[in-house]
Every structure is written in structure tokens, then in C-alpha cells.
Design a protein around this ligand. Structure first.
Ligand SMILES: [Zn+2]
Ligand SMILES: [Zn+2]
Length: 547
């Protein structure tokens, strides 16, 4: 058994989560956590709402509110969406009302400061005189100094690179849309390039044990072609976690600095809730603990570069074993956009559609290695061919025949049915390879399941031919082979479709583990639906075709 801490990137509470958000870090982290748990590992899935982010006051100003109610409103909405999608964390911190988060961030900042790992520099900064404020990130919009795409003041969504302080081209204040002036400001800085060699050794080691996705690898290669930038970690601003030093009143710690300690704080809150307050530290200081971060590509710099370097400087906490990135998910061919209203909101959508159907489709089409697209038509097709008209039609037909011909008692099977038995034998290893942390690809797992379902549904015609004209022994064997394959689908599909898996397991008499709410993976080692098992009556339909 291995201990895992799984995290998903902290969402900004400036709106509900849309399908683009759900398709990436949240679904990925949830699927991995479920699969590892099913295999008997010890898993903590944690995260937090990025409530101290400068995007919160910006959003508050847009809706005529203030920061706290804005963070509360959208934080509640996001959590509701995650619950509807069955992908909520084990612990999700709301930092504005959680003192542990602030304590951790300030404590680790002081540790680094006292160890001499940070320095102070006078750096250029944009300043809007009419608005009387400095512009760092959400406060300024312009063009990325590296790729010229539209960007805010720190990380470019398109190329993932950090702008130099006041490096953004053609800057405009996002409040008055005037061009800001330029001045300088005293800021606390982390000298990232000092950790260059140790970071590269860390990547080599981590990537020898797990497959990091290609775009992150090439991003890191590009970044290391030149000196790594000194990274400012403080700002003079009135919203955020204060710098806990005398003489720094009115300065806050950048959320891009805080994040890694936010994950540790969330783990600590979970440990506390589980009745063992000190446990988080044992987990985070044990080099054998596997920490897996799920992020969108645009968070690569913080998760794969800055935070590992901060942990190297800190010296006792364990670095991530893996950073799993995803690309952008598009909607009907165009980028999801909150501001243009081109989005499908998770909360609204999940009230209309089956959560497992959406999870399966997002897994199947998720932007793992390249941008991918969501379309309603393709979603309806997935439901129609793989789910309602696939896996459920298969289940109903098989259980119906068993009821009609064997009074729902599983018969003895003396013969084997080659391809069904082979699929049954190979499915566990194939899904385990796709859902293990080292080569994680829910897309591969969903595609494997779709192929199995397709082949099985195809065989239903053969099954009815044998039933009508073949020897009874052959018919019984074929029916049993279908039942056994269905049961293995009930077990292996649990991380992707937890609701369906439990439903199907119930229909087939496969035990569901009370702790994980999933059938145990180890059950696959033996016959799942033994001869003589009396199966329950037919259940109501689970999936529904989308109009
Ligand atoms: Zn860029
Ligand atoms: Zn302004």
C-alpha cells in the first residue's frame, strides 16, 4: 500500500466551473483517487478555492459586490457543481474562513525567509495613477511579451510563461482601461535559478518513474534553455495574506507563492477531521508519499517549477511524483469563455444530464495531450451508442434472458466463449494500465471500455441465435460469459462512472466495499458471478438518451 496526496489546481471563485474546468484537473484527480482507493491504496484528495487571488476583487467590482461575498457565492457554486459531478475533494479549503491556510502560508514563508532563501529587490511595476493602484496580474491586460497573445500581467494562458515584472506589452488597467505608468517597488523575490541543477535532477528522477505528458516536458526544456527568472512573491496590495514581517505592512504574499502550502494546509485539515492532527506532516515529509498534482497547462510554471524549487529550499516536504497537465477543452469549436458567455456551466448542466454519462464522455474526449472539443451532438452520440444503447442495453438483454430462461439463477458453464472470456481476462490489466498514476489516461480507459461494450453488444444477436437453435449447454455458457464480462465492467468502470458501477454491481450481486463505495479491484482475481447466484429483479433504467 502506498500513500498518495492527490491535488487539483485551486479554482478562482469568480464564476461557476464550466465543462472545460471539469474535463481537466477535477475529473482527472477524482478518477485517479477512486482507482487508487479501489486498489487498496491510502489516498487523500485535497484542494482549495483560490479565495485570496486578485481575480476575486476584480470580479467583485464587476458585479458591484465586495471580495468576501463574491468568494463565498462562487465558492459555494463550484462546490455544488463538484458534488453534482461526484468529483468533490476529501477536503476543500475555503481560505477566507480557514485560519490553518493562512497559518501554513505565513509559517512556511517565515521558514524560507529566516533560512535566507528569499531576497528583496527593487522591481519595475505598472501603476495606474487615476485608479491609485499598482497593477500586477488581474489588474492589467495586454500582450504576452513572449508569444504576443492577449494576457494578464503574470502567467500567459497560451504559452504558460511568466511575464517579467512590468514585462507585459501594451498594458491597460482593467479598471479604467487607461495605459498605466511605470515605477519601481520593493518586492520579496525567490531566486529560482539557484535551484536549476537540483530541479533538473528532480525532473530526471521523477520522469524515470512516471510518464509526464509531452507538452509539459517540452515546456520545461524550453524554460531551461535560459536563466530561470527571479520570481517576485510579494505585492503591495490591500487584498491577500499579509507578509508577516515588520516593515512590510501593506504587502501581501502572492497566491502563486502560497499554493503549495495551501495543499499542505488542506491535507492538515483533513488529518484533523480524521482525528489525527499530526498525520499530515508524516505524509508530507515521507519521501515515499506520492504527491500527484492535476493542473491545466497554464499552471505549469507554478506547479512544475516554482513550487518544487520552494520545496527544495524548504528542505523537509516531499516534491510531487507527478504533475499531470491537460490542454484546453473547446466548446463547439471555440474556446470556453466566461466573459463572452460561451460556456456550459457545470451546475446547470449536471441538473439536466446524468453525471456518469458526462464523466464518461469527458474522459473519452478530454484534452489530455492536445486540445479537444465538446459538442452536444457528440455527447448525445456517446450516450446513445456506448451508454444507454450500449452498456445498458447489453445489461438489460442479458439479465432479461437470465430471468426468462434460468429464473435469474446463474447456470453452470462448461464451455468457454473465446473472445468474451479473453476480454474478461484482459480488461483488468488494460484499465489498470490506463488508470495507474504512472501512465494515467482516462481517455484510454474509456476507449477500452467502449470497445468491449461494442463487441459484446454485437454478440447479442449471436446469443439469441444460439438460444433459438443451439445446444442448451452452449447457450448457457455464452450467457454466463456475458454476465462475467459485465461484472468485470462493473468493477473496472467504477472510477469513471461510480454511480453506474454501483448500480450494475447491485444487479449482478457483486459486493460493493462500504468504505470506498466501489467493488474491490481484488474481486477481479476470482469468478465474479458464480453459478447458483440468484440475481435480483430488473432495475429501472439508469441512462437516458439525450434529445
Ligand atoms: Zn504567451
Ligand atoms: Zn486604472
Amino acid at each position: 500500500m502506498t500513500s498518495y496526496v492527490v491535488t487539483s489546481a485551486p479554482p478562482n471563485p469568480n464564476g461557476d466551473l464550466h465543462l472545460g474546468h471539469l474535463s481537466g484537473p477535477f475529473l482527472g484527480a477524482d478518477i485517479l483517487s477512486r482507482h487508487l482507493r479501489q486498489r487498496g491504496h491510502d489516498v487523500r484528495y485535497v484542494g482549495y478555492s483560490d479565495e485570496h487571488s486578485c481575480y476575486v476583487p476584480r470580479r467583485a467590482a464587476e458585479i458591484g459586490s465586495t471580495a468576501y461575498p463574491t468568494a463565498k457565492l462562487f465558492g459555494d457554486r463550484m462546490e455544488n457543481t463538484l458534488s453534482l459531478g461526484a468529483m468533490h475533494h476529501d477536503w476543500f479549503t475555503r481560505p477566507l474562513t480557514d485560519t490553518t491556510h493562512t497559518e501554513f502560508v505565513q509559517r512556511f514563508f517565515l521558514e524560507l525567509w529566516n533560512a535566507g532563501a528569499l531576497k528583496v529587490e527593487e522591481l519595475p511595476v505598472f501603476r495606474c495613477e487615476p485608479c491609485d493602484r499598482y497593477l500586477y496580474e488581474a489588474e492589467v491586460r495586454g500582450e504576452c511579451q513572449f508569444c504576443a497573445d492577449p494576457s494578464d500581467g503574470v502567467y500567459c494562458e497560451a504559452c504558460g510563461l511568466a511575464q517579467d515584472p512590468a514585462g507585459l506589452a501594451n498594458p491597460k488597467c482593467t479598471s479604467c482601461w487607461q495605459e498605466p505608468g511605470l515605477t519601481t517597488l520593493r518586492r520579496i523575490v525567490f531566486p529560482l535559478d539557484d535551484y536549476r541543477d537540483r530541479l533538473q535532477a528532480y525532473y530526471a528522477e521523477a520522469q524515470s518513474k512516471a510518464e509526464w505528458r509531452p507538452r509539459l516536458i517540452s515546456y520545461l526544456e524550453g524554460l531551461f534553455e535560459r536563466a530561470l527568472p527571479d520570481t517576485p512573491i510579494s505585492r503591495e496590495a490591500d487584498y491577500g495574506i499579509p507578509v508577516p514581517l515588520e516593515g512590510w505592512e501593506g504587502h501581501i504574499l502572492d497566491t502563486w507563492f502560497s499554493g503549495i502550502f495551501g495543499y499542505a494546509a488542506a491535507t492538515a485539515r483533513l488529518s484533523e477531521a480524521n482525528g489525527d492532527k499530526a498525520e499530515w506532516e508524516r505524509l508530507w515529509t515521507n519521501p515515499d508519499t506520492k504527491i500527484v498534482n492535476f493542473i491545466g497547462f497554464d499552471c505549469s510554471f507554478s506547479h512544475a517549477v516554482l513550487w518544487p524549487a520552494l520545496l527544495l529550499a524548504q528542505g523537509t516536504l516531499t516534491l510531487p511524483s507527478q504533475v499531470v497537465i491537460n490542454e484546453f477543452y473547446r466548446l463547439e469549436g471555440d474556446k470556453f469563455s466566461t466573459s463572452r458567455g460561451h460556456a456550459i456551466w457545470g451546475g446547470e448542466f449536471l441538473r439536466r444530464v446524468n453525471a456518469d454519462a458526462l464523466r464518461f464522455h469527458l474522459a473519452l474526449t478530454g484534452p489530455e495531450r492536445e486540445q479537444n472539443n465538446f459538442s452536444m451532438k457528440e455527447f448525445a452520440d456517446t450516450v446513445s451508442t456506448v451508454l444507454a444503447g450500449g452498456i445498458e442495453r447489453w445489461t438489460d438483454t442479458v439479465l432479461d434472458l437470465l430471468a426468462q430462461d434460468f429464473q435469474s439463477v446463474v447456470p453452470e458453464a462448461a464451455l468457454s466463449v473465446t473472445f468474451l472470456d479473453e476480454d474478461r481476462a484482459e480488461l483488468p490489466a488494460r484499465i489498470a494500465a490506463a488508470l495507474g498514476a504512472e501512465t494515467f489516461s482516462p481517455q484510454k480507459a474509456a476507449a477500452e471500455l467502449a470497445v468491449i461494450v461494442d463487441r459484446a453488444v454485437d454478440d447479442l444477436r449471436q446469443l439469441s441465435l444460439v438460444r433459438a437453435a443451439g445446444p442448451r449447454e452452449e447457450y448457457a455458457a455464452r450467457l454466463v460469459a456475458h454476465l462475467e464480462l459485465l461484472a468485470s465492467v462493473a468493477v473496472t468502470s467504477a472510477p469513471l462512472m461510480p454511480g453506474w458501477s454501483a448500480h450494475l454491481a447491485g444487479q449482478l450481486g457483486v459486493p460493493v466495499d462500504m468504505t470506498t463505495q466501489m467493488p474491490k479491484w481484488a474481486a477481479l482475481d476470482a469468478r465474479l458471478v458464480p453459478a447458483g447466484t440468484q440475481l435480483p429483479d430488473a432495475a429501472p433504467l439508469f441512462f437516458h438518451e439525450l434529445s
